[in-house]
Design a protein around this ligand. Structure first.
Ligand SMILES: Nc1ncnc2c1ncn2[C@@H]1O[C@H](COP(=O)(O)OP(=O)(O)OP(=O)(O)O)[C@@H](O)[C@H]1O
Ligand SMILES: O=c1ccn([C@@H]2O[C@H](COP(=O)(O)O)[C@@H](O)[C@H]2O)c(=O)[nH]1
Length: 352
């Protein structure tokens, strides 16, 4: 109850303040909108407007904008009527209380405050809403970028990758050995890395790799790509060499795309072209001493099929990109090597 009473008192005080009774006149004068109020009095009848007009237009001592004249009209009326003589006829009924004076001040003052408050609140809400929308948009864009864009492990401006492709027995390993002998290159054979992983004690991929190699099939790319990336890191750390000949990889399109996405984009593809009959003869000869499980007639046949069906499309893909350096590897080793050097120099120049 006390709270209600004091609340009412506060409300009354606030209302009186809004009519100018309690409010400092300087505060009231400083409100420019208040000076615009006269326009609302124009429609009043003459009797009322004679009182009303000065209220709105005057700013001198009698103006309601001055706190002296902000007394409620109800207090002014008895003072003026008290001067009347007892003999004079009863005064005409008092004019309707100039509620307009108070009313104007109440109606004109509060609406502005409310409008300003609502307007400011709405503006703040709108700004916050826009900020939230922009933040949501930015987050969405970031999320999209993060899912679609993978930064490769190696910067292609610092690390150069040359894929070396060709059928089984085309002479890839032989030519790579010569190149690393003569140039500051690093040679990584995907087949050698897989065989190393296959033989590593405790490898969970050992049996899988063994089966794939025997049947001339492609080991799942995750395994091969991880082996290659690790080997690249180790090579850079141990030798400082940053130009890689990646031998026998990629053998499948998905490997190519994934490697370029997560490891490093390729600069070139060195492709050794050799007839199957020549390659078969070389592999059977190698099989006499290599100990490789796939250097036998049956595995060789499977490997040829895989090469034609799965690996040649990779060569074709890079040919379309203009990245293939093709070398015929039918000739004897030295001649193929000379041709290799010549063609690589044409493309790489001093970078070889
Ligand atoms: N130009 C060549 N002339 C004759 N023999 C070659 C020639 N190049 C390589 N050889 C021999 O052919 C066999 C296969 O060569 P190499 O291992 O280099 O081929 P590869 O393409 O790496 O084969 P794979 O893909 O099976 O590993 C080897 O025994 C090698 O000595
Ligand atoms: O990226 C690759 C490379 C090789 N393999 C398997 O290894 C054998 C042998 O490869 P070579 O290059 O002839 O040494 C190959 O037949 C495939 O089974 C692979 O899966 N993925």
């Amino acid at each position: 109850m006390a709270a209600t009473v004091s609340g009412r008192q506060a409300w009354r005080q606030l209302m009186r303040s809004s009519t100018g009774t309690l409010a400092p006149s300087s505060l009231l004068r400083s409100t420019p909108q208040r000076r615009q109020l006269p326009s609302s009095f124009v429609k009043r009848p003459a009797s009322a407007s004679s009182q009303a007009r000065p209220l709105s237009t005057r700013s001198g001592p009698s103006s309601p904008l001055s706190h002296q004249n902000h007394k409620p009209v109800a207090q002014q009326r008895p003072y003026s009527t008290g001067l009347q003589s007892h003999n004079t006829p009863p005064p005409p009924p008092p004019p309707p209380p100039p509620r307009r004076n108070k009313g104007n001040q109440q109606i004109k003052f509060w609406p502005f405050l409310i409008v300003i408050a609502l307007g400011s609140g709405g503006y703040v809400l709108l700004i916050n809403q826009r900020k939230e929308m922009s933040a949501a948009k930015a987050a969405k864009a970031n999320a999209a970028n993060n899912t679609n864009t993978t930064i490769p492990a190696f910067d292609p401006t610092e690390v150069t990758v040359i894929f070396v492709l060709g059928g089984p027995g085309a002479g890839k390993g032989t030519q790579c050995s010569r190149l690393v002998r003569d140039y500051p290159l690093a040679h990584l054979s995907a087949g050698d890395l897989l065989r190393g992983e296959q033989d590593r004690p405790g490898s969970q991929y050992g049996q899988l790799i063994k089966d794939c190699i025997k049947n001339g099939e492609i080991v799942p790319m995750e395994v091969t790509i991880a082996l290659l990336e690790n080997a690249m890191r180790e090579t850079i750390a141990m030798t400082g060499r940053k130009t890689f000949l990646i031998d026998g990889f990629p053998r499948k399109m998905d490997q190519a795309f994934k490697f370029e996405e997560v490891v490093c984009p390729a600069k070139l593809v060195l492709f050794y072209d050799c007839p199957e009959s020549v390659m078969e003869k070389r592999l059977l000869e190698r099989g006499k001493t290599s100990g490789r499980a796939d250097d036998n007639a049956e595995s060789i046949r499977k490997r040829f099929r895989t090469f034609v069906e799965t690996s040649m499309p990779v060569v074709t893909h890079y040919e379309k990109e203009g990245k293939v350096v093709k070398v015929d590897s039918t000739a004897e080793v030295d001649e193929v090597y000379r041709e290799t050097q010549k063609k690589l120099k044409e493309v790489l120049g001093d970078k070889l």
